[in-house]
Design a protein around this ligand. Sequence first.
Ligand SMILES: CC(C)(COP(=O)(O)OP(=O)(O)OC[C@H]1O[C@@H](n2cnc3c(N)ncnc32)[C@H](O)[C@@H]1OP(=O)(O)O)[C@@H](O)C(=O)NCCC(=O)NCCS
Length: 167
Amino acid sequence: MNSKVLTIRPFLQAEERAQDFFDMADRAFKYGSPWSLEQFSETLVRTDLIFFVAEQNKRLLGYIGGQLLGEEAELYLLVVDPPHHQQQVASQLMEAYKSWCISEGVKLIFLEVRASNNRARRFYSKQGFSEIASRKQYYTKPAEDAIIMKCTIGKKDQHVIKKNISN
Ligand SMILES: CC(C)(COP(=O)(O)OP(=O)(O)OC[C@H]1O[C@@H](n2cnc3c(N)ncnc32)[C@H](O)[C@@H]1OP(=O)(O)O)[C@@H](O)C(=O)NCCC(=O)NCCS
């Protein structure tokens, strides 16, 4: 088996990985995990949310999660483990999320990101998101504005969600 194969698959509510998700977010975000361990534990068992995980040989490399709200979806969290940044892991997680949104009839995806998170803002804009508004002092610890971003999706975004990683 090719050890570099990256698998993207839906996360199952029965998997108990809140600690792994929390630890990775804590490592990846400049100001630590935006959700507490308790919030991960409560959120990952919710059936009205969807998460996808990226794995290599069953090792967790990243995840994405959000919620469908009619013809709109909200993207809550996208995290890639720092040693695997800039290897297209987030891009493939986003493909999976968009494909799921399209299959559910979603037309628009919204998200919020810290104004200072230039890396994520660049990533999202490359993924077709545009910045539509800001929310003053939306975040705490430290206090900071949120940038609201929106992406219109369609059939052109649908791709195969299992690919080889090319590093
Ligand atoms: C933002 C994040 C998810 C990107 O993950 P990633 O797997 O490294 O992203 P990809 O490799 O798929 O990057 C795709 C594109 O995003 C942009 N990008 C990603 N990382 C970047 C960086 N460090 N600097 C500049 N642009 C960057 C580039 O345009 C890149 O395209 P390229 O590879 O052709 O240069 C990752 O940095 C991360 O986990 N950050 C911490 C958590 C976070 O901020 N999440 C988003 C808010 S919820």
